[in-house]
Design a protein around this ligand. Structure first.
Ligand SMILES: Cc1cc2nc3c(=O)[nH]c(=O)nc-3n(C[C@H](O)[C@H](O)[C@H](O)COP(=O)(O)OP(=O)(O)OC[C@H]3O[C@@H](n4cnc5c(N)ncnc54)[C@H](O)[C@@H]3O)c2cc1C
Length: 359
């Protein structure tokens, strides 16, 4: 059995951020990833939006880590040359009935200490002439980031600090002892490891890994988010455009990637298993929902694109759950339900996890 100081399980954006933070704090870090490349699951299947921190329950981990993570992320991107743009975001009320929802968002944003500018219909039209709204909010702190370049920069930092990433190295079992955690690793180079500390950041696989090493994880649910790309139409927006949030997600919004490509989504589809195919017949709902705030969307302009899977900790219809970052054993930190805004929060999650490993 080999002995290692600190193992992080899962090389998505969160595992990479935790691993680099631990390595920078002087730990010897081994990052284990089941797939043949890092960042191929949820971290490659999201909106790539840097969230300002508008929506999350005040005092929650989501609110705190998003606000802190957003600032760290902008600084990191500037310092490390990771492509990003602080393009801003317009949230729109398409009907009079939705004005109350805008007021709720303002209230939460204030409690979270996030700047948000109420704007009237004329200002919405000035900012985004194609968008129809009765009123809106403007968030100057929202932006977009190249998530793959970001993960590559975390990996580079991990390796500069002496850490190692092992690919095709799935954790398949283990045992918890007072003085060490043992892990069984399958894949190309099967091995058994005795670790001082373990961070479980396996995303959609977190509950499975937790049970395999003898933990009792919280129950999880899967909520798919489908995207449709805008094709054959000149990009109509300069900024991110979001409707009022819906249960389970932030509403079928328009995002622009760094190449200028516009896509819509993610919608909310509760599922029993992971299947990333996008059913093209969902386009009818997309047309209807987008046309409530962009009436000029032409027929035939939407093409089924990709999907991501939200690792939920509350079922359909229940109030949204917070991130779960637990310390079930002095040598283990376990992360569950790291859905949005996990990408934005990644550096702050890394700080939070590193601090927990010292307690
Ligand atoms: C549709 C959608 C849109 C989103 N949009 C945004 C957004 O715009 N902004 C934002 O801030 N956040 C967004 N998010 C959230 C964000 O994408 C996630 O919070 C983040 O990517 C989670 O990263 P992770 O590292 O926890 O998980 P993952 O990226 O899933 O990584 C987990 C890794 O663990 C590995 N693994 C699993 N089991 C094992 C095992 N047994 N052994 C070893 N490795 C294992 C997996 O292969 C995977 O690589 C979105 C999420 C979704 C689903």
């Amino acid at each position: 059995m080999e002995h290692v100081d600190c193992v992080v399980i899962g090389a998505g954006v969160v595992g990479l951020a935790c691993a680099r933070t631990l390595a920078r704090a002087g730990r010897d870090v081994l990052l284990l990833e089941a797939a043949e490349a890092f960042g191929t699951e949820t971290s490659a299947r999201n909106s790539e939006v840097i969230h300002a921190g508008l929506y999350y329950a005040p005092g929650s981990l989501k609110a705190q880590l998003c606000v802190r993570g957003r600032d760290l992320l902008y600084d990191w991107c500037r310092a490390r040359g990771v492509p990003y743009k602080q393009i801003g975001k317009v949230i729109v009320a398409a009907t009079e009935a939705q004005r109350g929802d805008l007021a709720n968002i303002i209230d939460i944003a204030r409690k979270n200490g996030v700047e948000l500018e109420p704007i009237d219909a004329a200002r919405v039209a000035e900012l985004e002439p194609e968008v129809r709204a009765v009123a809106g909010l403007y968030s100057a702190l929202s932006g977009i980031v190249d998530s793959h370049a970001l993960m590559l920069s975390y990996l580079g930092d991990l390796e500069d600090a002496g850490g190692v990433l092992a690919l095709r190295a799935p954790v398949t079992g283990g045992a918890i002892h007072d003085d060490r955690i043992e892990l069984v690793v399958g894949g190309d180079t099967p091995m058994q490891l005795a670790c001082n500390d373990v961070v479980l950041a396996a995303g959609l696989g977190a509950q499975t890994v937790a049970r395999a090493i003898g933990l009792t994880p919280p129950q999880g649910w899967l909520c798919k988010g489908n995207y449709f790309a805008l094709s054959g139409v000149k990009p109509p927006f300069q900024r991110l455009v979001y409707p009022i949030p819906e249960p389970g997600g932030l509403g079928t919004h328009a995002t622009i990637d760094l190449a200028g490509r516009v896509k819509f989504g993610p919608d909310v589809e509760w599922v029993d298993q992971i299947d990333y195919r996008v059913d093209p017949s969902r386009d009818a709902r997309f047309y209807a929902s987008i046309r409530t705030w962009w009436p000029g969307l032409p027929d035939g302009a939407l093409a089924a694109d990709y999907a991501g899977m939200r690792p939920k900790l509350a079922p359909a219809g229940a109030p949204p759950a917070d991130f779960s970052i637990t310390h079930p054993h002095p040598r283990i930190v376990a992360l569950y339900g790291i859905e949005s805004p996990g990408l934005t929060s990644s550096l702050a999650i890394g700080e939070h996890v590193e601090a927990l490993t010292r307690t």
